[in-house]
Design a protein around this ligand. Structure first.
Ligand code: NAG
Length: 225
């Protein structure tokens, strides 16, 4: 959870930051048009704004390894789940409204994120995430190394000035799946040593949930070398 949330946050902030730089003047006009044209890109961006506001807030600092020290409280988890769910639903509604069925992967990604977050509603969600969180803290240096080495799977040809083009990008879902798979190959073999058998199970369950939510198994054969 810790690393995936950190990845998502970093990605969202990077996208938004470059978009804001490139289009801050236009954005205000777009905003005024938003109600009349619900498929304006600004409406897509608006879905992510609460997330970005959170990411740059003081509150978010409580989730960083330095402050959290491997502990995530139940209210903190609920906060992340709600924020993620609101964003995912907003994104799903935008894609349903504005992106055609000729882009099936966009719809799969949107629905997949909502499905993924359903784990939040399980009674043992907090104890499981706490296990992941403390294990990730113990392995922080390894996670940092693996994040670097698996980033080669992330696309380099994205154009942050056009969020809609980004979400319609071919192979976006394949790249996400392959990125996580490569990350798994890097860190999972180290989990037994640092977090024991329980840690291995918790991490495997978490990864499996990602793979199932995004139907990754059909993409794995096509991962770039
Ligand atoms: C997300 O919100 C929807 C609608 O409010 C709700 O039905 C669903 O259970 C929520 N999911 C999570 C993970 O909170």
């Amino acid at each position: 959870m810790a690393w995936i949330a950190a990845c998502l946050l970093a990605l969202t902030v990077a996208i938004l930051a470059s978009y804001m730089q490139g289009a801050s003047a236009g954005a205000i006009e777009d905003f005024e048009d938003a109600t009349s044209s619900p498929c304006e890109e600004i409406n897509l961006i608006t879905c992510f704004l609460p997330f970005v506001a959170f990411a740059v807030s003081d509150e978010a600092k409580d989730y960083t390894p330095a402050r959290a020290k491997g502990v995530i409280t139940q209210p903190q988890l609920t906060r992340l789940c709600d924020l993620g769910n609101d964003t995912a639903i907003c994104f799903r509604d935008y894609t349903k409204r504005c992106i055609g069925s000729e882009h099936p992967e966009v719809h799969l990604t949107a629905q997949g994120t909502i499905d993924f977050l359903q784990f939040c509603t399980k009674p043992d969600a907090h104890s499981k995430v706490q296990k992941l969180f403390s294990c990730a803290q113990t392995m922080e240096a390894i996670h940092n190394r693996c994040a670097k080495s698996s980033s080669s799977m992330l696309p380099t040809d994205v154009d942050p000035s056009s969020p809609t083009a980004m979400v319609k990008r071919p192979n976006a879902l394949r790249d996400l799946c392959c990125h996580v798979k490569k990350y798994e190959g890097c860190y999972l073999p180290e989990v037994q040593t640092h977090c024991g058998a329980e840690g291995v199970t918790a991490n495997q369950d978490f990864l499996q949930r990602i793979y199932t939510s995004y139907q990754c198994s059909k993409h794995f054969p096509n991962c770039p070398a």
